[in-house]
Design a protein around this ligand. Sequence first.
Ligand code: ZN
Length: 311
Amino acid sequence: MTDLTNPIYNDETAAREHLEAIRWVDGVSCPLCGGLDRVKALGGTSMGDGWYHCGDCRRKFTVRTGTIYERSHIPLYKWVLATHLMSASKKGMSAHQLHRMLGITYKSAWFMAMRIREAMRPLNSSEPMGGSGKVVEADETYIGGKETNKHVSKRKRGNLGGKGKEVAFALVERGGKVRSFHVADVTGKTLRPILVTQISRDTTLITDEAGQYRNVGKEFADHQKVNHGIDEYVRGEAHTNTVEGYFSILKRSINGTYHHVSSEHLKRYLGEFDFRYNTRASLNIDDNMRAIEAIKGAEGKRLTYRRTNQA
Ligand SMILES: [Zn+2]
């Protein structure tokens, strides 16, 4: 359980020191030039607490500089609390919930939640998933619209990408991590580049029988296909229950917590759900550790966020 009386959730100095301790494990470094040696804390009441001066670039900074918190007037303890709430709740937190719990406007809560989702998104996923002896399940699902709960393969192939429906494509390594993508359609042309760049070729790939996987499947060590349509028995390893379980949490949360996710922002929600799955309790990560991971991710995301927001 979370101890919400911890000062990091209600005291600005405690929250700032918490963020500083996570960001600057080996001492304060300048986020503007990378300088380490000539950084000194600035005292004085006129500046406010938490300011540092860098003798290398002669600029001032705080723990907010270069992070998702930088351009915000929201107190840091509210950021710490919001990050914790979003990290700890299995189904996510809507902007409306944050707005009420944090006593900030709905608009502020919405931007805050979007920035925290950015912090949860991995900077890069360089290592391929899977490998020799490993199993990766791949599947697609529809988000939004009336057919949200139907499995793709149970619907008419000609009826893809209808109004209000977005396609999420996910790869889940058994016993490991997930990577989800918001894709334009479920053609082989769209899915193949994701499969071959994200998954090691010596992996056993498991998908449904859909045609778009047939050719790309041959590029992997083994490709097993599951037929959803005829309620096939789960044949040993040949199932996609893991990725379907992942989609089931994702959809219940989007329907129950968020109600609607726009096409523009779906990738951020997918990032949030990937993050929680990839830091789940069965990997021995608790709520506090997960929140710390999200705080670590707050650095280096500011520009990305602004760029996408400007588009
Ligand atoms: Zn500097």
